[in-house]
Design a protein around this ligand. Structure first.
Ligand code: GDP
Length: 443
């Protein structure tokens, strides 16, 4: 297989950053297709912690081209903060390494303000967004009011679009009690960004097409979990974009046949940030133990993540919606030594057991999980890299998960570092070039 799509199968924070970084040596291009700087991937390279928000995790491997697709919404300020933070850590962020789609929408100064007020107005029903303006930027895209990165290239067009937006939003701002927007100062700010941004902006669809034509391999990077997808997630407690596999096609301008395989990143337990239903959530000491051991605090916001048992109903659903070929199981080391481990195998609802994930979020709020309990495994799983060294109880757990989610596990991550990974070579061989991964693993 040539091109691989990598995405999270839960509510995000599955460890996509680590796995994308690990697999990047088998690819020439890493292309991200949705979201904004609300995403946060923490990657460790030889003990050094690097946090990525907008830029694909492939940037940590020299020589890889990183692509930001039209499916993203971009805050120029966040983009340049990230490039300068990366540069300070010795990462090459030259425009020859990063291509940003000219069709990507821009986050404008009014977007975070609107989001904060609309979250406040929702009161108890708030979504729990990061208030970085991402949702409102996608709203403007759908309302056909959005300003795109390519608009920065023509100052007359940019001015016109800013004025059009300011006129359209004046009344909304007054209703919300927000101060009026000064179109001229927004124009000056974004004209400045335009000059800096120019060298990064490209026709990404054409660039990918040319690269694939010459035989380059592309890793498509999903930045948020599948259960946060606007259509297939737990609506309305979702993000505003298509984080599922189909989003790669629309979010980068590539045909679906360019995606040859799908790897689902799946955490050995479940976490969720913000509001929304979470059937297997643990409200007791065990939840707090998992959170502490797994360091479950948001990379972008520092918010504590809600923690619970593995939900096989949810992951099986995510595997179906995304056509997941293989799973990369992350963070099972976090559960080592905590005793018995439960897995949700079905949902009880109105006297029956649902075997599939209900599309109605209000029903998901009422389901009672049915659990199967497994003997736990020792702490020694942490850092394991050899399939033969896996504790017996853990191997049994993996077999059971595979049956429950109807998908085989190809990678087991046992720690934050690249080398702390078990590669199940027989399961990976059809998906990517293993020799290139082996060479990059120790790097
Ligand atoms: P992402 O957004 O899906 O990339 O996930 P985050 O970066 O938000 O959260 C994953 C966290 O878990 C990061 O701090 C990773 O360094 C860490 N991590 C990834 N894989 C493993 C693993 O197998 N074991 C442990 N203990 N930590 C891991």
């Amino acid at each position: 297989m040539a091109n691989l799509l990598v995405l999270g199968t839960q509510w995000g924070d599955e460890g996509k950053g680590k796995i994308v970084d690990l697999l990047t040596p088998a690819f020439d291009v890493v292309a991200r297709y949705q979201g904004g700087h609300n995403a946060g991937h923490t990657v460790y390279v030889s003990g050094k912690k690097i946090v990525l928000h907008l830029i694909p995790s492939g940037i940590l491997r020299p020589g890889t081209l990183c692509v930001i697709g039209n499916g993203l919404v971009i805050s120029p300020a966040a983009f340049f903060k990230e490039t300068s933070d990366l540069e300070a850590q010795g990462v090459d962020v030259d425009p020859s390494r990063i291509a940003v789609s000219r069709s990507a929408h821009l986050i404008m100064p009014w977007h975070p303000l609107v989001e904060r007020v609309s979250e406040e107005l929702r009161g108890e029903k708030k979504i729990g967004t990061t208030c970085r303006g991402i949702g409102p930027a996608y709203e403007d895209k759908a309302a056909r009011l959005g300003i795109r990165a390519g608009d920065l290239a023509d100052l007359r067009v940019l001015r016109e679009k800013i004025e059009e937006n300011v006129a359209a939003k004046g009344r909304v701002f007054a209703t919300f009690g927000l101060p009026p927007i000064d179109a001229e100062s927004v124009y000056r700010e974004y004209a400045g960004w335009g000059e800096k941004f120019g060298p990064y902006l490209q026709d990404v669809s054409e660039l990918l097409h040319e690269r694939m034509k010459r035989g380059d391999k592309v890793l498509f990077e999903g930045a948020q979990g599948a259960l946060l997808d606007l259509d297939h997630g737990t609506y309305p407690f979702v993000t505003s974009s298509s984080s599922t596999a189909g989003g790669a096609s629309t979010g980068l301008g590539v045909g679906p046949k360019a995606i040859h395989g799908v790897l689902g990143i799946t955490k050995a337990y479940t976490t969720r940030v913000g509001s929304g239903p979470f059937p297997t959530e643990l409200h007791d000491e065990r939840g707090r133990t998992i959170a502490a051991r797994g360091d479950e605090f948001g990379a972008t916001t520092g918010r504590p993540r809600r923690c619970g048992w593995f939900d096989a109903v949810a992951v099986r659903y995510a595997c179906r919606v995304n056509g997941v070929d293989r799973i990369a199981l992350t963070k099972p080391d976090v559960l080592g030594g905590i005793g018995d481990i439960s897995v949700c195998t079905g949902y009880r609802y109105k006297g029956a057991v649902l075997k599939s994930f209900p599309p109605e979020t209000w029903a998901l709020e009422k389901v009672v999980p049915e659990y199967r309990t497994f003997a736990g495994w020792p702490d020694s799983l942490h850092g394991a890299a050899d399939p033969e060294s896996l504790p017996r109880a853990f191997a049994d757990y993996v077999r059971a998960l595979e049956d429950l989610v109807e998908t085989r596990v190809a990678v087991i991550s046992t720690g934050v570092e690249r080398a702390e990974t078990v590669l199940i070579e027989s399961e990976l061989s059809g998906l990517l070039d293993l020799d290139r991964i082996r060479r990059g693993r120790g790097a």
